[in-house]
Design a protein around this ligand. Structure first.
Ligand SMILES: Cc1ncc(COP(=O)(O)O)c(C=O)c1O
Length: 382
């Protein structure tokens, strides 16, 4: 090695420590991996080497995706730069031009926009249906119907979709099923165990859990995930190593966070149900969540103020519970669907969906329950 300063400053002596047993996973903050010889490169392309270029794969991405796959009881997983990136990869791993998609009418607005604005240009047709007792998937299936897309817990009214019932119907009709399990997490329910083909997460939410990372994870069978991985790579939707590392670190506490957040949320729901300023509380019932893996009802609570003119005062009166148009962090936060997530809805659509000016969506955190309740009580006194 040259002794010249300019060369030495660049070649600072990094040696990969393949046998150093660090307790936590290092961040492989590298865009590319080095090879000792052309033979090693050949081996990579023959499937023997693991990593070449971070957009095509990186140990931090793999750690996150494999962990979520294990928790969801799936064969394989792939991470993406956002929940939307993971949803896109999942949809495109199944759909081709000419296909028809059935989806719950309560899917996340971003998913709706992806299907309605982007995939429609690929001649993929979306039909949204209300998942209630009057609906039969068979009435909506066409020869071109390929996929049924649904969410375990809907936003913002927190309806729990009866996954075993709907997935069974879809499978009997020969459809692929993709479930967005963001609001429930694998701590509460694993849709693969009911026959779902793909499960997707906005890892930005409970998987990461600390509101410091934007990422997505898609899990499912090996062949579908292999195709979805090609799509993530080809569309350039790969997750950065640091974001993957943050999400994987957050994931380690998913069980303790969810246990505490669900318990706190059920206390908040109980408190609100008895409050004179509240006209309605939306919180999943024990009956609706009977198919969950645990006797918990989730960590989100929505409610409507009796007097919706007081909505501005309510948000102003909150002190440490912050208004954030997202969810699932360890801190309790509130959002307002009419001014944020459902802003694009017309007055008529909002009315039909029950999303009114007085509706508050609360993401319950891990704080002491007495503090959460007294902060809410104070803000509702207005
Ligand atoms: C249920 C659900 N799915 C998907 C997404 C999209 O995730 P991301 O913002 O990480 O792309 C969101 C975002 O809020 C969501 O709430």
């Amino acid at each position: 090695m040259s002794e010249r300063f300019e060369t030495t400053t660049v070649h600072i002596g990094h040696k990969p420590l393949s046998r150093a047993a660090s307790k936590s996973t290092p961040i492989y903050q590298t865009s590319v991996f080095a090879f000792d010889s052309l033979e090693e490169v050949e081996k990579y392309y023959e499937g023997e080497g693991e990593y070449l270029y971070t957009r095509e794969g990186n140990p931090n991405q793999v750690e996150l995706a494999s962990a979520v796959a294990r928790l969801e009881q799936a064969e394989a997983g792939v991470s993406a730069a956002s929940g939307m990136g993971a949803i896109m990869a999942g949809l495109l791993s199944i759909l081709s031009p000419g296909d028809h998609v059935l989806a719950s009418h309560e899917i996340y607005g971003g998913t709706y926009a992806l299907l309605q604005k982007e995939l429609a240009r690929l001649d993929i047709e979306l039909e949204c249906i209300v998942l209630d007792s009057g609906t039969s998937l068979a009435d909506h299936v066409r020869p071109t119907t390929k996929l049924f897309f649904l969410e375990t817990i809907t936003n913002p009214l927190l309806t729990v979709v009866d996954l075993p019932f709907w997935i069974r119907q879809a499978k009997e009709l020969g459809l692929y099923v993709m479930v967005d399990n963001t609001f429930a997490t694998p701590y509460l329910v694993q849709p693969i165990t009911f026959g779902a083909d793909l499960v997707v997460h906005s890892g930005t939410k409970y998987i990461g859990g600390h509101s410091d990372v934007t990422c997505g994870v898609l899990v499912g069978s090996r062949p579908l995930i292999a195709r979805a991985t090609e799509i993530v790579v080809n569309y350039g939707a790969s997750l950065s190593p640091f974001e993957a590392w943050l999400a994987a670190r957050g994931l380690k506490t998913l069980a303790v966070r969810m246990e505490r957040q669900c318990d706190n949320a059920s206390e908040v729901a109980r408190f609100l149900q008895n409050h004179p300023a509240i006209s309605r509380v939306y919180y999943p019932s024990e009956e609706a969540t009977a198919f969950f893996a645990r006797p918990k009802q989730g960590a989100m609570v929505s409610f409507t103020l009796k007097d919706e003119r007081k909505i501005y005062d309510f948000y102003r009166a909150l002190d440490w519970i912050k208004f954030v148009p997202s969810l699932a962090g360890v801190e309790t936060s509130v959002s307002h669907p009419v001014t944020t997530s459902h802003r694009a809805f017309s007055e008529e659509q909002r009315k039909a969906a029950g999303i009114t000016m007085g509706l508050v969506r609360m993401s319950v955190g891990i704080e002491a329950i007495d503090d959460i309740v007294s902060e809410l009580a104070r803000a509702l006194e207005n």
